[in-house]
Design a protein. Structure first.
Lengths: 298, 315
């Protein structure tokens, strides 16, 4: 019961922080300062105020484009926000640590602090790893590729989505061609996600090159899905060979994906058997409508 | 300590520990989920090509439909299975509100089929809504018909009174994408008997039935701790939980009267107080307001699940 009481108090404090009027006033002040071209400056008197300041900066930066992190340098130095963040990251665990890591992604930190963040890239907790990766990519966009190459695990599809979100926000300037040509699997996956997300049709030849050369079946499957999301034809021999190497379940999943993406029955017949297509004929048909329909029953 | 006191303590601990574990795991998963679904994450994009078709049988409420359609995840659709003959006016309202048009369907065209018609929306905004008009057959046959017309690989059957937590589909997509091996099913909620199925697994097990989860394919399906679904306050839930509370108080009073032992009364009081604190803490974190009775039901079914897995059904 005591544990619940303590946890309840902490939870109430967390919820109260989200509606704290000081948070609103910090957010308004930061926005006003940015619009007027001035520097926002305030001295936080307590740990709670430091936390609110960090939340305010995070809220503003994550909902806007183009605010340079350097505009908060004086604020960070005066309030020792870097040291505060590093302490909180070190003392916390799990989701709390991940949250603090995400907050660190919008603060101009010193080099030694950024070096400490790199240690969390190899954490046993996947959510901490993911948040540390996002923080480092935001803080050092010019070293994004090196950071991704240095990872000793495969990026999950969710990690890739979050990296693409950073790209969309203009945080990381990365061209797709070097990524697709890279020998590192994580880098290639990010490249494929960029092609998919931005609908880069002209990347088709690079995608076919990966299908021809890679030994990684999962990567080849990802490339085929990427080609289909671009609506590109899939009739080449290399693609058919890869399809033959898939399991029945994978072929069925892909067939359904192609049906939903809008491929016609004729296109599917070149890739799948009649039995496999038969399951999807109804689905494809249901996306169409006859010119003459029977009347409804009521 | 007498034997009865010892037994009271042991039984209290045996009941309290799984409840505590369940609460802490759920809350940790929820907190983790809140961090993952950060407003910068852009989770409305597809995650690992995973798509989910939510199937609901006999839902006619426009507000509830709108709530289920407000999912941001891109590869998502809502399949409503209705019987237009039993409530023609409600179905007409749904068709008119969402600008649904009847489309071709090999399933509906078949003479022996119980499916009368398949509708999709002519408006892009509502393209994720599919309406299936069937003759009133069994719940499980309705679900099987819905699987035939579903566009995506994962099927989430939910009851009429069930809603999704915010970003529930994103949580499912993350869990599926992060799984080491292909996912056949996820157990989502014991009290609602809610599962996420892979279409292939449903087909291989012969379609939906009340015994589907007893099939070998689903014998070891993992449990997802992140809260995905919750039941809106229903009359049945109030009835059951009020009954449970009355039974618990009656047992408490009987035990005190029987043993006349203040220690036993203390231990039981401590146990009930601990459970109540956990309920309050759980509701506070998940922002579920005053839904203590439903949380108590969740705990009850979680304890039951150690001995018996409920049949698959929709509320």
């Amino acid at each position: 019961m005591l544990f619940c009481l303590v946890s309840l108090v902490r939870e109430r404090r967390r919820q109260r922080m989200a509606t704290d009027p000081r948070l609103e006033s910090y957010v308004a002040s930061i926005i006003r300062a940015e619009l007027d071209g001035e520097k926002f400056f305030v001295v936080a008197g307590s740990a709670a105020e430091r936390e609110l300041l960090l939340e305010a900066i995070y809220l503003v930066v994550s909902h806007t484009y183009g605010i340079p992190l350097s505009s908060f340098r004086e604020l960070v130095r005066a309030n020792r926000l870097g040291e505060f963040l590093m302490r909180r990251i070190a003392w916390s665990r799990g989701a709390d640590r991940a949250r603090w890591l995400l907050l660190s992604s919008v603060i101009p930190l010193r080099e030694e602090h950024i070096a400490r963040l790199k240690g969390y890239l190899h954490s046993g907790d996947s959510i901490v790893r993911s948040s540390a990766l996002l923080a480092l990519l935001s803080l050092q966009p010019s070293r994004a590729l090196q950071t991704i190459v240095s990872l000793n695990y495969h990026l999950s599809p969710f990690d890739v989505v979050r990296i693409i979100t950073l790209l969309r926000r203009g945080v990381m300037p990365i061209a797709y061609e070097p990524l697709l040509k890279s020998a590192n699997r994580n880098v290639q996956m990010v490249g494929l996600a960029i092609v998919r997300s931005f609908g880069i049709d002209i990347a088709e030849k690079h995608l076919h090159a990966i299908i021809s050369t890679t030994d990684d079946a999962a990567l080849a499957r990802e490339v085929i899905y990427t080609l289909s999301s671009l609506g590109r034809p899939l009739g080449r021999e290399k693609v058919k060979t890869r399809l033959c190497g898939m399991t029945q379940a994978e072929r069925r999943d892909l067939c359904r994906y192609l049906s939903v993406e809008g491929y016609s029955m004729a296109a599917l017949r070149t890739l799948f058997t009649e039995q496999e297509i038969g399951l999807n004929e109804s689905l494809i048909k249901s996306y169409k409508r006859d010119l003459i329909c029977p009347q409804a029953n009521f | 300590m007498s034997t009865s006191e010892f037994l009271t303590v042991v039984i209290s601990l045996l009941l309290l520990i799984p409840i505590l574990r369940f609460t802490l795991r759920r809350i940790a998963a929820y907190r983790q989920h809140r961090v993952l679904i950060d407003h910068r994450a852009g989770c409305c994009e597809q995650i690992g090509f995973m798509g989910c078709s939510t199937v609901c049988v006999g839902l006619y409420s426009l507000s509830h439909i709108q709530e289920l359609l407000s999912v941001e995840y891109s590869r998502y659709e809502l399949i409503l299975v209705v019987d237009a003959a039993s409530d023609a006016e409600a179905v007409r309202q749904i068709i008119s509100h969402y600008k649904l048009v009847r489309v071709n369907s090999a399933v509906a065209d078949s003479a022996a089929s119980e499916v009368r018609a398949l509708y999709r929306s002519s408006r892009r905004t509502f393209r994720r809504l599919v309406l299936l008009d069937v003759s009133n057959i069994s719940l499980y046959d309705n679900l099987n018909q819905a699987v035939e017309v579903a566009s995506y690989d994962y099927i989430l059957p939910i009851g009429r009174s069930v809603s999704l937590y915010p970003y529930a589909i994103e949580a499912l997509a993350i869990a599926v994408a992060a799984a080491d091996s292909p996912v056949r099913a996820f157990r989502l909620d014991d009290s609602l008997s809610c599962y996420l199925f892979h279409r292939d697994s449903v087909v291989l097990s012969g379609g939906f039935s009340e015994h589907i989860i007893y099939q070998p394919l689903f014998a070891s399906c993992p449990t997802l701790d992140t809260p995905i679904v919750f039941e809106r306050n229903t009359r049945c839930a109030y009835l059951i939980t009020n009954t449970l509370i009355i039974i618990a108080i009656a047992v408490y009073v009987c035990l005190i009267a029987l043993f006349g032992n203040w220690r036993i009364a203390l231990y039981i009081g401590w146990f009930l107080g601990s459970v109540l604190s956990l309920i309050i803490y759980y509701n506070e974190v998940l922002n579920r307001g005053n839904r203590s009775k439903i949380t108590l039901l969740c705990y009850f079914f979680h304890i039951i699940s150690f001995f018996y897995r409920r049949k698959f059904y929709l509320s």
